[in-house]
Ligand binder design. Structure first.
Ligand code: HEC
Length: 120
C-alpha cells in the first residue's frame, strides 16, 4: 500500500514538472486577476501605463523596464514574463515575485503581454 502511495506521489511530481512550462489560457478572468496583482505589486516602479515612470521607478538605476518602448532582456512572451516575475533579474531592483500564487504570476504575464504592446 505504501509503495503504491509513493508511486502516485512521484507520478504527480513528474506530471507537474512536465506541465509547469506551458502557459495557461489567457482568459479575460485571468487577465483581470493579473491586472489587479500588477496594480498592487508593480505599479510603484513600472507605472500605471507600463512606461517605467512609477513614483519609485523615476529615481532608479537601472530604470524599471518601459514595457512599451524598451527591449526585454529575457523576452516578452507570457512564458518568458512568467520566468522573469518568478525569478527576478539578478542585481537589480527587479526582485523575485515567487511569493505570488502561480495563477497571479500567469495573470500578470498575460496582462503585460496583452496590454503594453509597442506603439508603432
Ligand atoms: C522596486 C521596483 C520594481 C518593482 C516593484 C517591480 N519591478 Fe520589474 N523591473 C524593475 C527594474 C529596475 C527593471 C530593469 C532591470 C534591468 O534593466 O536589468 C525591471 C524589469 C522588469 C521586466 C523586464 C525584464 C526583461 O526581460 O528585461 C519585467 C517583465 C518586469 N520588470 C516585470 C515586473 C512585474 C510583473 C512586477 C510586479 C510583479 C515588477 N516588475 C515589479 C523594477 C521593479
Amino acid at each position: 500500500m505504501q509503495s503504491l502511495l509513493i508511486a502516485v506521489a512521484i507520478g504527480f511530481v513528474v506530471i507537474r514538472s512536465v506541465f509547469a512550462g506551458s502557459a495557461p489560457k489567457a482568459t479575460p478572468e485571468l487577465i483581470e486577476k493579473g491586472k489587479a496583482a500588477y496594480v498592487t505589486n508593480c505599479v510603484t516602479c513600472h507605472g500605471d501605463n507600463g512606461d517605467g515612470e512609477g513614483p519609485a521607478g523615476k529615481y532608479m538605476n537601472p530604470k524599471p523596464r518601459n514595457f512599451i518602448k524598451d527591449k526585454f532582456k529575457k523576452g516578452n512572451k507570457p512564458e518568458q514574463l512568467f520566468q522573469t516575475i518568478t525569478n527576478g533579474l539578478d542585481g537589480t531592483a527587479m526582485t523575485s515575485y515567487k511569493h505570488l500564487s502561480e495563477e497571479e504570476r500567469w495573470g500578470i504575464a498575460h496582462y503585460i503581454a496583452a496590454t503594453f504592446k509597442k506603439k508603432k
